[in-house]
Design a binder for this molecule. Structure first.
Ligand SMILES: [Zn+2]
Ligand SMILES: [Zn+2]
Length: 732
């Protein structure tokens, strides 16, 4: 931790630079006369004939081969942005080493907006002015339709309208667009800590006082804020945010889904009088640049974002909140495979600030940290206000049998009918997008597979296509069997949300329905529309995936049906039971959140399963204790550590050979076991053959040290990719 907490001194003459190029290690450069750089300074450096962005780094962090000073090339440019702080540089180093990523690929997340390299000149933005161009083309028509109320640069508009840049330029020439100059810097409104008065319960007060004290003390401390759905966790951590504002410090709030941002922004505005700064992939490029600059300059006081917001260069961070901290979507599955919850704790450590993990169903890992004394537990037991917890009832599908070709049990159908009659809203939960997960030929038994993956093509009837949920491959719904060419022989097997929605429409033609999945709610704005419709009572029955299980608060939603509670228990990865418990608890929490009591029906073929029993009895602690005990007995995480090595290539023989080499050279160390290689369950992904090794290690073993030493010595053909997934959540 060299360099922490001291003012970085300018570096003379020779500097080490990490270029934004994952294939290169750090390189040394000469500092030209008249340029003053610090560790963390953002610079442009020569690389061959090119000019490449990079960051000046601490010389002692990464050893490099010393080059004769006379041969060093001079830096080209120093960017006019604040240097990356020492705590952030330590976080980047830690992340790179812990997750087996290059420092450059972690840096890329820090500098992701391009703002550090952008001109500070005003940006020209365009919007439609209502004039129709004299000549109309299908592309122009599409642009006019999609760009209503959109303002952006030419390339942003082209992206939003899904047309070429030439089409947008053509519209501009035809006089259909107005232009305006936008500042590259944000004019950020400051949230007011005293904007709205809040009435907290005694319980909430006690907890919020602890957090306020932590913000004042400004020392590293993780808190697990554990409270059932509706217990008022947000109100409580908002008090800590208010304190950070009073101290003129920045707060980062991480949310698991960008779709949740919109309802959060509304709640935040009601409390603080203005919206926080948002950070997610749905932002337009110019907003990303502005927001990046505003948080780097310290003007943006509160940032709410998806996991990528974790690596941004905050000027004066005072508090981190991870909401819905148990969510698996905090784990990134491509690029740098980091877990945002865990990296957030490390950022808290380096920044010396408190961090709050909020959840109604905390991860076993987080509870274990409490037991170990590393995290402090803050509990909010009672529901705030008049709301009561819903009653959960299991429906045994072997007894309460759905009609042929349908999926809803008679008891659930009756409950839906009754709820419709009362004018109250219902939610059906099934964590499966599309219409049907499999299309099968009745004649020859052929199953329609993805050509690139070991996976079935999922039917999406709304878009009349089949799609692979692993690689994104799509194809039109075939008319006849691709194998035996029989016509009318293809049948959809199993339900997705679209099929459940069809069943609902058949049963209740008068009901107004909505489907909520990442296919329909793909932006915060779409989520906002859905929330508005629900609040206006324009929807009677919602059919949705895990996207509807959290964050929302609909007072008139009183019935929840879980269509298939057994899905999550299939596949048997180590967190299957925990994840099912969390998901069903969360979706159950959507029912009866105000004065009206809620009912929850859980359809299952295994009503006796421990997870289902715990849900019915409301025995959260019992479930956690049993699950924790079984992990301990099996020496599974958090009582041990796992890492996966994934070897892939388009050439299977090459992949097998590399995987074997890795397996054969595995170090023999006590408490460090290597299993495999074996073909991955998802044996083919995006046209690449995949093989896996699994490492199981005692907690006392230095997993990273051993694996770095082992893997860095090995070589394999260029076309082979070897990825390491530390603390894996996916085992396919
Ligand atoms: Zn066939
Ligand atoms: Zn695929």
């Amino acid at each position: 931790m060299a360099g922490m907490n001291r003012i970085d001194a300018p570096i003379k003459n020779r500097v080490r630079v990490i270029l934004l190029n994952a294939a290169l290690g750090p390189l040394d450069y000469r500092v030209p006369e008249g340029m003053t750089v610090l560790p963390g300074s953002i610079v442009m450096a020569p690389l061959g004939p090119r000019k490449v962005p990079g960051v000046v780094w601490d010389a002692d962090s990464f050893p490099v081969d010393e080059i004769d000073a006379k041969k060093l090339r001079p830096l080209l440019e120093l960017r006019d942005v604040p240097p990356l702080s020492a705590p952030l540089r330590r976080l980047i180093e830690w992340t790179a080493r812990y997750y087996f990523a290059s420092p450059a690929s972690v840096l890329r997340m820090v500098l992701s907006s391009g703002a550090a390299f952008a001109d500070n000149r005003p940006i020209t933005e365009y919007r439609l002015n209502g004039n129709a161009p004299a000549r109309m083309t299908p592309q122009r028509e599409q642009a006019l339709e999609k760009l209503a109320d959109v303002q952006g640069t030419v390339s942003e508009l082209a992206f939003r309208a899904d047309v070429s840049i030439a089409v947008i330029r053509g519209l501009e020439k035809a006089g259909a667009l107005d232009s305006s100059q936008a500042s590259p810097f944000a004019d950020i409104a400051r949230p007011d800590p005293d904007f709205a008065k809040v009435d907290l319960s005694d319980n909430q007060n006690t907890v919020s006082e602890t957090l306020i004290q932590a913000v004042q003390d400004s020392v590293f401390q993780p808190y697990l804020l554990d409270g059932v759905t509706g217990s008022g966790k947000t109100e409580v951590y908002f008090e800590a945010v208010a304190e950070a504002l009073r101290q003129d410090k920045q707060t980062l709030v991480l949310l698991p889904e960008i779709a949740l941002t919109e309802p959060f922004l509304d709640r935040f505005k009601a409390r603080f009088g203005t919206e926080p700064v948002a950070w997610h992939s749905g932002l337009k490029q110019s907003d990303r640049k502005r927001n990046w600059r505003a948080l780097a300059d310290g003007d943006a006081k509160v940032v709410v974002g998806a996991r990528s917001a974790l690596f941004l260069p905050y000027k004066n961070l005072g508090l981190i909140i991870v909401d819905e901290a148990h969510e698996v979507s905090f784990k990134q599955e491509d690029g740098v495979r980091y877990h945002a919850r865990d990296v957030a704790v490390m950022r808290g450590l380096y920044e010396k600030i408190p961090i709050v993990l909020a959840s109604a169903t905390p991860a076993i890992e987080s509870r274990h940290q409490v037991e170990q004394g590393n995290y402090e537990l803050l509990e909010l037991p009672a529901r705030f206000g008049a709301a009561t917890l819903p009653e959960i009832q299991a429906l045994d599908l072997t007894q309460d049998i759905p009609a042929r070709g349908s999926w809803l049990a008679p008891t659930l159908i009756n409950a839906l009918e009754e709820n419709l009659g009362k004018g109250e809203q219902s939610l059906l939960f099934l964590n499966r997008r599309g219409f049907a997960p499999l299309t099968l030929c009745r004649t020859c038994g052929h199953r329609i597979n993805c050509p690139n993956c070991t996976a079935w093509m999922v039917e999406h009837r709304l878009t009349k296509r089949l799609a692979c949920h692993h690689c994104g491959h799509v194809m039109p719904q075939p008319e006849k069997c691709p194998e035996c060419s029989d016509e009318d022989s293809l049948v959809a097997c199993g339900p997705g949300v679209e099929r459940i929605c069809d069943e609902v429409k058949m049963l209740f033609p008068q009901a107004r329905t909505a489907i909520v999945t990442s296919d329909t709610i793909w932006s915060p704005a779409k989520a906002g529309e859905f929330v508005a419709q629900m609040e206006a009572g324009a929807i009677d029955i919602v059919v949705g995936t895990q996207l509807v299980t959290k964050g929302y608060h609909f007072p008139n939603l009183t019935l929840v049906g879980v269509v298939d509670a057994d899905i999550g228990l299939e596949g048997g990865d180590l967190r299957a039971a925990e994840r099912s418990f969390q998901q069903i608890s969360q979706v159950a929490g959507r029912a009866g959140r105000a004065e009206k009591p809620g009912h929850v029906y859980v359809q299952t073929r295994m009503p006796g399963a421990a997870v289902i029993q715990a849900l019915i009895k409301g025995d959260r602690d019992g479930f956690y204790d049993a699950e924790t005990e079984s992990r301990r007995a099996a020496a599974a995480p958090p009582f041990s550590r796992l890492a996966a090595v994934i070897v892939s290539s388009e050439d299977n023989a090459e992949a097998i050979e590399a995987a074997r080499l890795i397996g054969q050279t595995a170090p023999k160390i006590e408490g460090f076991a290597v299993y495999g290689p074996a073909p991955a369950p998802l044996a083919m992904l995006r046209g690449r053959h995949r093989h896996r090794l699994l490492i199981h290690a005692h907690r006392s073993v230095e997993l990273q040290d051993i694996m770095h030493e082992w893997l860095e010595k090995l070589e394999w053909p260029r076309a082979v990719r070897v990825g390491v997934d530390v603390d894996p959540y996916s085992f396919v």
